[in-house]
Write a protein that binds this ligand. Structure first.
Ligand SMILES: [Zn+2]
Ligand SMILES: [Zn+2]
Length: 276
């Protein structure tokens, strides 16, 4: 299994010379299975370049939406395989008690917000994703609700080589004094347990977090503490705040220390082979 980061920014895309290395596009990650199957996680603005760089188009793509905040779906209508009749695209997103996923996505993919209607895309199938296990080719996906406003799924992708966990928007420290406590009572811990690669929310400095408790995100230190708690081997910082420049992220990421976890700054285009 191999993961490539095409969109790493959180909340709002931020283009410009100050975000060239970490990337200005919002969340989108390509995952290739050992059988070359293609899973795309999230449809932020990074999905445009992902779609342009797919290479030989596969007959099927599974697109997993962690949740429906705009920074995770705003690129959806620009994912060119949606318009290719010979490519089956299966879109999976968190189930809701009020409306099915098609109805919720149609609120964005219909006029006046978008010129194309979701129902006009013939080769797209929409699935409400329940918490639990889903087999996609050689990859077993486990989805669970994590601490973030609205219905938000963390994802654990596992094959014979190892585990990739994606929790892009996550505030496991919410309401916890002396974070972290036991893994058993920590949001997302089972999803990330022993992960070879953990892609995790690391949006704020300590000072920024103090002002934004309850907004649904982690500080850099919370991300490291979470990775240590679950025994992850490598933690990739993700969902970079729009106000954080490349130089700033280098400085902060370089200052993070862990005895047990390798900490890597999530730069756009970075590739991670899971299990090697
Ligand atoms: Zn987000
Ligand atoms: Zn969000």
């Amino acid at each position: 299994m191999k993961a490539t980061l095409w969109g790493t920014r959180g909340s709002l895309a931020r283009s410009g010379p100050e975000t060239l290395r970490y990337g200005g596009d919002t969340s989108s990650v390509e995952v290739r299975g050992s059988d070359d199957s293609l899973i795309v996680i999230d449809a932020g603005s990074g999905i445009l370049r992902l779609g342009e760089n797919i290479g030989d188009p596969p007959s099927r793509i599974d697109l997993l939406l962690s949740h429906l905040h705009m920074d995770h779906i705003q690129g959806l209508g620009f994912f060119t395989p949606l318009y290719a009749p010979d490519i089956e695209v299966h879109i999976w997103g968190p189930v809701s008690a009020t409306q099915d996923l098609r109805s919720r996505l149609t609120r964005y993919l219909s006029p006046p917000l978008f010129p194309v209607r979701l129902r006009d895309l013939a080769s797209v199938e929409i699935h409400d994703l329940q918490p639990g296990v889903l087999e996609l080719g050689a990859i077993t996906v486990t989805a669970e609700i994590v601490t973030h406003p609205g219905h938000t799924m963390g994802l654990r992708l596992e094959d014979e080589a190892g585990v990739l966990t994606y929790i892009s928007d996550h505030e496991p420290a919410l309401g916890v004094t002396d974070f972290p406590r036991s893994a058993e009572w920590t949001s997302g811990a089972a999803l990330a347990e022993g992960a070879n690669v953990l892609i995790h929310d690391a949006q704020y400095t300590d000072e920024e977090y103090e002002e934004r408790v309850g907004w649904g995100h982690s500080s850099f230190k919370h991300a490291v503490a979470f990775a240590e708690l679950v025994g992850a081997k490598k933690m990739v910082t993700f969902h970079h705040d729009p106000s954080h420049s490349d130089d700033f992220l280098d400085l902060v990421t370089g200052s993070l220390r862990s005895d047990s976890v390798e900490i890597v700054g999530g730069t756009v285009g970075a590739e991670f082979v899971v299990g090697s």
